[in-house]
Structure formats: C-alpha cells, structure tokens
Design a protein around this ligand. Structure first.
Ligand code: MG
Length: 159
C-alpha cells in the first residue's frame, strides 16, 4: 500500500540593502537582498512549508521560530536539510517538487539549473523531480513594483 501526500507552500520577503540575495541556496548577484531573520531564502522557505504541510508537521515557523536567536541569519539550506531529515525519519521520500518564483528582477534564467541541482541534493532526489520556474507579476502588486519576491511550492511525498 503506497501512501501519497501533497503539500503546498508560499512565502514572500521584502528587498533590503546590504544583504546577499539568496534564492534556492544560490547567491544571485543583485544590489539588494531579502529582509528576514534568516538569510531570507524565500524559495527554500516555501519548499519547507510544502514538505512540512504534506507530512502533517505544521510549518517552518513552528520548527524554526524567528524569536530564536539560533536561526538569526541562518543558512536556509540547513533548515531544509533538517526538514528533509525529519520527514525521512518518518518514512517519507520526496517524490517531486514544483515551485515558482514571482519577481520582476533579477532575471533568474541563468541560475535555475544551479538551484535545481542544489535543491535536488538537499531533497535527496533526482534533479528531474525538481522544477523551478520564475515569472514576473506583469508589474502588478508588490512583486510587480519590485518591493520583494514571492515563491510558491508544491511537493509530493511517498512512502
Ligand atoms: Mg520566509
């Protein structure tokens, strides 16, 4: 009997000066980073929430509270690795991940392959089980105005 779950995650962060822009575990050259208690990796936060949601394990804020100094400027790939460790210990395997970044700039195309490679390493699955897309919001809303970046993620788990 195969058990199969689907999870969905969303996150957004505001641009801020004097911080590296980290998306999907990759540093993307850009004059602005993302404001956050951690490194602000909006994509990885959405992925963490999708995985935790699929496994019925609440959300990223429950596991890594922003009131906890341990996670100050935390490398979000460490948080994702921890999430994967927790769901793996419960017998789940990442079946696939499909995520979308919503931003006007910077252009993500040159970085997508590296992000997929990085995510598939952390998720312990083949790169063809990981999809990362980026699109603009046609200049509408906060992402359209270039105030920040949003990300969505859908994940399926099997055991
Ligand atoms: Mg976040």
């Amino acid at each position: 009997m195969i058990d199969f779950r689907v999870g969905f995650g969303y996150d957004s962060h505001r641009f801020a000066p004097d911080r590296p822009l980290v998306i999907g575990g990759i540093v993307v050259p850009y004059p602005l980073g993302l404001a956050a208690h951690s490194d602000g990796d909006v994509l990885i936060h959405a992925v963490c929430d999708a995985i935790l949601g699929a496994a019925g394990l609440r959300d990223i804020g429950t596991w890594f509270p922003d009131t906890d100094a341990t996670w100050k400027n935390a490398d979000s790939t460490m948080l994702l690795a921890k999430v994967v460790e927790v769901v793996t210990s419960k017998g789940w395997k990442i079946n696939n991940l499909d995520c979308t970044l919503i931003l006007e700039a910077p252009k993500m195309k040159p970085h997508i392959e590296a992000i997929i490679e990085r995510l598939s390493q952390i998720l312990q699955c083949e790169p063809d089980r990981v999809a990362v897309k980026a699109k603009t919001n046609e200049k509408m809303g906060f992402t359209g105005a270039g105030e920040g970046i949003a990300a969505t993620a859908a994940v399926s788990l099997v055991k």
